[in-house]
Design a protein around this ligand. Sequence first.
Ligand SMILES: [Zn+2]
Length: 469
Amino acid sequence: MINTTFAVDPANIPAVKRWLAAQDDPQGQLRSIDIDEILIGPGVLLDLPFVLQRAGVTPGSKVLMVVDETPMLREDVDLKRFVRDLLYVAGYYETTCHLENDEYGLVHAEFQDVEGLLWGLEPGTALIALGSGTVTDIAKHAAYLYDQQHPEQPRMVYICIPTANSVTAYAANMAVLLKDGVKRTLPSRYPTAIISDLRVLASAPKAMTLAGLGDCCARFVAYGDWYLASVLGLVDFYSEVPLALLNNLDTILLEAIPGIGQRSHRGEAIVARALLLAGIAQSVVDMSAPISGTEHVTSHMLDMIAYHHHRGLALHGAQVGVATLTAARLYQNFLDNFDPEAVNFDSCYPKYEQMQMRIYRLFQPVDPTGAMAEECWSDYCRKLTLWYQNRALFEQFCQSWQSIHRPKIASLVRPPNVVHQLLSQAGAPLTAQELEPPISQEEFDFAVNNGHFIRARFVLSDLLYFLGW
Ligand SMILES: [Zn+2]
């Protein structure tokens, strides 16, 4: 039985824009949502030619479709062929760009793929991403760079057709790409339109929808991280508008679990809406913080280790789900046991040289060239500088822990039993060993303990590290 509803329906973009305009934003920090339309429904893929026409791309125009090598179905029909035929019949000149899978059957979001795609773009060509996270990130960023390089031309029409309910990337105006082997979130752009066809989404492997559920779960811990970073002076912007946009997310997802299990259109529609709103939630504040904290740095670290060992990667959202469960347990432990009176402040400020050495030693086995350590340190040292500079804020934080911060953080994060209930009832992986391919507990623990060294974003594990926990 589904009773609870989202704050606003992402398939009604005018309503989403009105909702955003009605939010409190005294300093004008919220960004506009530059998506023209989002279609969600069992047959909306058939509207693709009309979506192109509404975006000003008339029949006879060129369309470049980006896909990977994964075979895809829409029920019992070959999906890529279906889309090609649809465009052909409507009078478009379609060419396909095939991103090559690696030996493990995966495409990585590398900068060179973005640049390769950029070469094939011409004025007046529309770009269609028909794929999941990586295809979306590559196509989106190529469209973004094209727009940057051609400011005199109208914004490129870029249509996103998600082929799985697996990640929050579709509606987000940022892209995650590899830089020196390290995952980085870069400013990018919104799609002109998103076509979430429920027949397509329900035909993807179930593990992908479960991964999408895992990626959404990040919200239940990441908000605590963002709040911590804000009160400790590690980030200068904090807003609860994304939180309001994802209001009741735990209840909505829990109610949808039976439908998700049956792969019903209704269940897929809920996950699709949650993922699209999560993408919009990060975009309106121009940072991934509302849905990316300790759990995402853990997942990124696991990916970096897997690249190093030339292993296939587990699905991003499945990994994030498992890491969210761990992060929720860390939060519970912190809320239950943190005693500000016992803090030895002097020991919370390790020296620069000590931290630099630590990071170089940490990444030496993963990347002996030192490029990865260099990339991580360049980001981490900015965080360390802010941590030193804002010692007074940490002292105030400790003084008002019981009266202000403890109850506030408890209201922002969800307890581990809620995350566990969501993942377990859906049948999603709960431990690193249940991931595909499985990850050893030792490697997972390493990623949990060290993920916070890879980037500038301050998360709970940074605080736990400085506290010597
Ligand atoms: Zn994610």
